[in-house]
Design a protein around this ligand. Structure first.
Ligand code: ADP
Ligand code: MG
Length: 695
């Protein structure tokens, strides 16, 4: 625990960060390492040897006995296998050893991770490879080394490797465009800040619900008398237990070098948010994984449980993860910063246009990057952005874009790039008042905020897609403009043409409204409502070509990845279906029967005494009818379960969507009605009121 409020005293305490390296490494090793992380040069084995040894000493001094290659398989979670530093000696004792080889490469037994058939086609082996750009850290007496995870033949099996590839792709494409403007930064960097939403629930209550235990969300539950209609939770006072939890979360994150910055209550009861200061996409992704882990772990210390599911409670806002994304140069220039006069800033307009074009042309892939079983409950449910992808620009940039499109406003003069007549624009970057929370993809001053991602998702996959599609449009821009003799003129025209061609993706209105759904259809924008609708678009020819062109995925990798995502959906639904059946048969039905029996017995006794109890009699009748209905619905879901197709992940997915989910919803409806009429003492598990208002 921190003794005072000085975060600098603990920040990065558990990280082998630059100050520690500087202190512990010979100068030339340190310089070589810096070059690797700043410029992406390959690290010499000899350098790695020195780093490994220093890392080991530091780790041991700080209580570590083990090290682990920490990687991010396609489960969306992280994985680790721990090896101790010990090495036997001839005299049957041990020494503590950590070689460059052990640092640089590992070979976990990887056969049980999802690979979409990749490993069957190739090799059973998977390798982990050190990512020196994300620092090693200490957790639970182990030294954690962030790594990539690839197969023997080099196919990616994780979320980190393609993210690194996509960062390289956007770096290359953006530098080609910058070169046209006479700029030659060493690198172009993708920045990401992920706002993380979550729910807290009392651990003891959570453990009494099989659905929360097995699926992370409630499969049953009638609405509580009080939901979120009072708007009294958003930014509300932190309760003591929650505040203590958040304090510990912050401290743990700071020790791990995560720039934890903002915390507050969210819209729903027991819902909260934590957000860091942005960092590079790769580090932001690692840190978001750590954040989710720390939230879970620290919750446990406070007898709480942290729900990261996208929709833990029906009828109450779900949790997302806002992915704030921007690109900037190693010289410190933010490429999506409009400046005071965006209309005269051709370079900005071009980068801005590249994002708009990318989102319009690949809106299907962007949509499917957030497609999960959990997120299907959230997107388009009038609480989160719709499944229709559109871009919000805000009033000022909309004005700029409109003026540029309507030729009239644009004058081109040598020396002065352009003039649109919009002279009164304030400095846009500072303007944060104009916000539209209903847009899935909103420009917010110097970055885009993608609001589609689900709470539990790794942000790896999302940023792989974002980086790749923007790298693609920037590459196309570079190809078109390279060789131009009047870059200001040609680039401006290209930006204007792009705004014109992709105008349909721009929408500033209410994304939650039904009118927008109709309007989007008129505009020809895809509305891929569910995961089984969206996922097939991953492996279209257009998608494969784009990923291949950007060097992010091979065709095989796209196909297998799509398959894994579909299987994950299917498995999630399978578990939910079985859990629902178990709860209905083993818990809800017996509760209903026993309550009905007890009321019925009362009626019988009264009748034998000659006392009339017509209302009680009616309760018995109503309960019996509802319980019969419950049994019918159980039978329907049982039948749906028995008739599951066995082949073709995409077909199975559609079956879940079209047959299983409606049966689950029907069953839930009846059970939830029963909950409102069965005596509370008989109900077999905690209700929404218990769960939402107990802390
Ligand atoms: P809000 O909830 O108002 O959208 P927050 O302060 O909760 O804003 O979160 C905004 C997130 O955006 C933070 O993680 C912040 O660091 C990040 N961010 C700010 N500027 C950039 C940028 N240029 N690129 C990427 N992320 C950014
Ligand atoms: Mg926020």
């Amino acid at each position: 625990m921190m003794k005072n409020g000085d975060v600098t005293a603990i920040f990065g305490e558990k990280v082998f960060n630059l100050p520690k390296m500087k202190e512990r490494l010979p100068e030339e090793t340190y310089e070589a390492f810096l070059k690797t992380i700043n410029e992406g040069t390959k690290l010499d084995f000899a350098v790695a040897e020195v780093v490994a040894s220093a890392m080991k000493d530091w780790a041991i001094e700080n209580g570590c006995t083990h090290y682990t290659h920490w990687f991010q398989p396609m489960t969306g979670l992280t994985a680790e296998k721990h090896d101790s530093f010990i090495e036997p000696t001839k005299d049957r004792t041990v020494i503590m050893k950590f070689s460059a080889k052990a640092l640089v490469m590992g070979e976990p037994d990887a056969s049980s991770f999802p690979s979409g058939g990749l490993r069957a086609t190739f090799e059973a082996r998977g390798y982990t490879a050190w990512d020196p750009t994300s620092f090693a850290f200490i957790k639970d007496h182990s030294l954690y080394i962030p790594t990539s995870f690839v197969s023997y033949t080099g196919e990616v099996l994780d979320k980190k490797t393609p993210l690194l590839r996509s960062e390289a792709a956007i770096d290359k494409a953006a530098r080609r465009v910058l070169a046209l403007f006479g700029k030659t930064p060493a690198r172009v960097i993708t920045y990401v800040g992920a706002e993380q939403e979550y729910f807290l629930v009392d651990k003891k209550l959570r453990n009494k619900r099989k659905d929360l235990l097995l699926t992370g969300r409630t499969l049953f539950g009638a609405m509580p008398a009080k939901g979120q209609e009072m708007d009294d939770h958003y930014f509300g006072q932190l309760k003591e237990r929650v505040a203590a939890f958040m304090k510990e979360v912050d401290e743990e994150l700071w020790k791990l070098g995560v720039f934890s910055k903002t915390k507050h209550n969210e819209a729903a009861p027991a819902q909260h948010e934590v957000a860091p200061v942005f960092s590079t996409a790769n580090i932001a992704s690692d840190h978001n994984q750590l954040t989710m882990e720390i939230l879970k772990k620290v919750a446990n210390h406070h007898d709480l449980y942290c729900l990261l599911h996208e929709k833990p409670y029906e009828g109450i806002n779900g949790s997302g993860k806002h992915n704030n994304w921007s690109i900037g140069t190693s010289d410190g220039e933010l490429l999506l910063k409009p400046g005071k006069k965006p209309e005269e800033n051709v370079q900005f307009l071009l980068f801005f246009a590249s994002v708009i074009k990318a989102v319009d042309e690949y809106s299907d892939i962007l949509r499917l990057s957030v497609a999960t079983a959990g997120n299907d409950h959230r997107l388009g449910a009038h609480e989160a952005p719709p499944a229709i992808v559109s871009v919000y620009l805000g009033d000022q940039l909309t004005t700029v874009v409109e003026q540029l499109i309507n030729d009239g406003g644009v004058k081109y003069e040598a020396g002065k790039l352009i003039e649109t007549g919009v002279e009164t624009l304030p400095d846009i970057e500072r303007d944060t008042t104009d916000r539209n929370r209903t847009s899935p993809f909103a420009f917010t001053g110097n970055r885009f905020e993608f609001r589609g991602p689900g709470s539990r998702q790794s942000i790896g996959g999302i940023n792989i897609v974002l980086n790749s599609i923007v790298a693609q449009t920037l590459t196309e821009f570079a190809e078109e403009l390279e060789g131009s003799t009047d870059i200001a003129h040609d680039a401006l025209n290209l930006a204007i043409r792009t705004f014109k061609n992709h105008h349909r993706i721009l929408f500033n209105g209410n994304g939650y409204s039904d009118e927008w759904v109709k309007e989007a259809e008129r505009r020809g924008l895809p509305n891929l409502k569910t995961t089984p609708d969206a996922l097939p678009y991953f492996k279209t020819e257009k998608s494969v070509k784009m990923f291949e062109a950007q060097g992010v995925f091979s065709r095989l990798e796209v196909e297998t990845r799509g398959e894994i995502m579909m299987e994950e959906y299917n498995k999630t639904l399978h578990i939910e279906m079985l859990t629902m059946l178990e709860m209905a048969k083993q818990e809800i039905l017996p509760a209903c029967l026993s309550y009905t029996k007890s009321v019925a017995e009362g009626v019988a006794v009264k009748k034998s005494l000659g006392i009339k109890a017509p209302n009680e009699g009616k309760i018995v009748k109503d309960l019996t009818e509802l319980t019969e209905d419950l049994m019918d619905k159980i039978a329907v879901l049982d039948k749906a379960s028995a008739e599951l197709p066995t082949e073709d992940a995409y077909k199975i997915g559609m079956y879940y969507k079209e047959t299983v989910i409606p049966a689950m919803e029907d069953l839930r409806k009846t059970a939830d009605t029963l909950e409102t009429v069965v005596g509370k003492a008989y109900w077999p598990f905690p209700t929404y009121t218990d769960l939402l208002y107990s802390i």
